[in-house]
Design a protein around this ligand. Structure first.
Ligand code: CP
Ligand code: NVA
Length: 304
C-alpha cells in the first residue's frame, strides 16, 4: 500500500527515526544514492511561493537520479480548472509521487485519497511536516539527542508550530510555546500532542510570556508573524506580536549559548532581529540545508 506524508501525527516514532537515520546517511554519503530513484518522476504542485521546499525537492530528486516537474499556481489551478480528485487520478498515471503546497489541509487529504501514488505535504495552513523533520535533525546533530533538551517556540501558533508540537511530543523533545493569547496553537493539536508526550516523556508547556518560555531553553525558534495567505493581517499582527520578537534581550533570558532557529523566510526587525539571526548562535542555514537531506530521505522512503 502506498504511504503518504500528510502530517507528523501519522508517522510512528520508528518511521521518524528511520527518516532521521537515512537523512544523516544521505548527508554524509550523497554519492551512494545517485541512482536510487532513477526513472522516477515527482510532481511539485505549489499554490504558494517557496524557496527551500521547492528547490530542495527538485534538486534532491535530481541528485537521487530522478526527475521532477514544477506545477505552479498558473499550471493546474487546483479546484478551478479541474477538481483535486481529477488532478490526483491523472497525475498518478504520469508520476511516482506528488508534493503539494496548498492552503487547506483538506486539499492535501483529498489529493492523498484519490492519488494512487504517495502525496507529500509541502506545507498547508495547518502543518509543515517536512520542516519539522529537518528541524529535529538539526537539534539532534547539535545535542546528539533530545533528552533534557528544551526548544522554545516564540510567535504565532501556526503550521510550523503545529508540526513542532507533534514531532517534539513523539521524539521526547521538550517544547515551550509562547504566543499572544489570540494566536495560540490549535487546541486539538495541543491536546493530541499532550497525549503523545505522555508516552515519550516530552514536557510541553504553553505560555503567553516569551521570557517564561525561553527560561532554561537550549533552542529558540520563531517563524513569521503573518504566514502566506495572511498578508492582509500583517500590520495588525505586527502590533499584536511586538513583544514576541527574538532579540538579544530575550536571548539573555535563555540558557547561555542557546541556539537560534527559524524555518525561513525571516523578516528581520519583526519576529527576529538582524543581530540575533546573524549571531554565532544562529543555525538557520544549517537548518535550511537539512531540508534537502530530509527531503531526499522522505522521497526514498515513499517512492522507492
Ligand atoms: N521553510 C520553508 O518551507 O521555506 P520555503 O517557504 O521557502 O519553502
Ligand atoms: N508559517 C509560514 C511558514 C513558511 C515556511 C507560512 O505558512 O507562510
Amino acid at each position: 500500500m502506498k504511504k503518504d506524508l500528510i502530517c507528523i501525527k501519522y508517522l510512528s516514532l520508528g518511521e521518524i527515526n528511520e527518516i532521521l537515520k537515512l537523512s544523516a546517511e544521505l548527508k554524509e554519503y550523497p554519492g551512494r544514492f545517485s541512482r536510487t530513484l532513477s526513472a522516477k518522476s515527482l510532481a511539485l504542485i505549489f499554490e504558494k511561493p517557496s524557496n527551500r521546499t521547492y528547490v530542495s525537492f527538485q534538486v534532491g530528486m535530481y541528485e537521487l537520479g530522478g526527475n521532477s516537474i514544477y506545477l505552479g499556481p498558473e499550471h493546474i489551478k487546483l479546484g478551478v480548472r479541474e477538481t483535486v480528485k481529477d488532478v490526483a487520478r491523472t497525475l498518478s498515471r504520469y508520476v511516482h509521487g506528488i508534493v503539494l503546497r496548498t492552503f487547506a489541509q483538506e486539499t492535501v487529504l483529498e489529493m492523498a485519497k484519490y492519488a494512487s501514488v504517495p502525496v507529500i505535504n509541502g506545507l498547508s495552513d495547518l502543518v509543515h511536516p517536512c520542516q519539522a523533520l529537518a528541524d529535529i535533525l538539526t537539534v539532534r546533530e547539535k545535542f546528539s539527542g533530545f533528552k533534557n533538551i528544551t526548544l522554545a517556540y516564540i510567535g504565532d501558533g501556526n503550521n510550523v508550530c503545529h508540526s513542532l508540537l507533534y514531532i517534539c511530543a513523539k521524539v521526547g523533545l521538550n517544547l515551550n510555546i509562547a504566543t499572544p493569547s489570540k494566536y495560540a496553537p490549535d487546541s486539538n493539536i495541543v491536546r493530541e500532542s499532550l497525549l503523545l508526550a505522555k508516552e515519550s516523556g516530552a514536557k510541553i508547556c504553553l505560555f503567553h510570556d516569551p521570557k517564561k518560555a525561553v527560561c532554561a531553553a537550549n533552542v529558540l525558534y520563531t517563524d513569521v508573524w503573518a504566514s502566506m495567505g495572511q498578508e492582509k493581517e500583517a500590520s495588525l499582527r505586527s502590533r499584536t506580536f511586538r513583544a514576541f520578537q527574538i532579540n538579544s534581550n530575550l536571548l539573555k533570558a535563555a540558557k547561555k549559548g542557546a541556539l537560534i532557529m527559524h524555518c525561513l523566510p525571516a523578516h528581520r526587525g519583526q519576529e527576529i532581529t538582524h543581530e540575533v539571526i546573524e549571531s554565532r548562535n544562529s543555525v538557520v542555514f544549517e537548518q535550511a540545508e537539512n531540508r534537502m537531506h530530509v527531503q531526499k530521505a522522505i522521497l526514498i522512503k515513499l517512492l522507492k
